[in-house]
Design a protein around this ligand. Sequence first.
Ligand SMILES: [Zn+2]
Length: 247
Amino acid sequence: MASNDKRDVRSGGGPVVRTTVAERVYEDIKERILDQTLKPGERLTVESLSRQVATSSSPIREALARLESEKLVVSRFYAGYSVAPTPEPAFLDGLLDFRALLEGHCALIGAPRRLPAIIQTMESAIVQMAKTKRLGTRYREYRRFIQEDARFHQAIVESSGNPAAISIYANLHAVLLQSRLYATRTPSDGSRAQQVFDEHGAILDAFRVGDGEAAERAIREHLEGGRRRLLSGPPGAPVPDAGGPSA
Ligand SMILES: [Zn+2]
């Protein structure tokens, strides 16, 4: 699609955002996957998606490649693309362990550096997340929340200055992976979101004063809170509101 094929859209009453057709198509397919209009494991063909999204094949191919890099879509030789299976709770449990190790370690090293750019990113992510008062079960309702949550946690890892950790963490798409369970959770009255805000506030406070041990502790507590919110339901029950990506 030509790069000059742009239109103005308003997003949630915010400033006018310029968006390309490629971006709109990517967001459209992503929404269908996260809301499970396109089911986990469902085969995806360029032809059928072109019809559903009403666009040509080129932005569809671009979107599929991008969604594959985010682990929402998988591709196999001869079989083509399909929606990635929903991550198993055991996988997400292990992912939270790994996040606690990596993010905790990075905070221990990074918080004492008191880097203004990192602290500003964390502050701005918190401000943006606070615009979401109540977390629904649909992608449109939690999209901004998870994007900003991912930015907050990426900043923690970046505070370490460790290029390997920064790259590995960015490629994990941990927050997005966890949000695969949101379509089946029960809606919340906003109290879960408040827990996430409080936990993020404790992490930010530790970064502001440069206390690495407090920052590590606050991150571990936040991720444990995320584990409870995301994975604590009895087997077979709807997934409880994770108040955000879990963390
Ligand atoms: Zn978080």
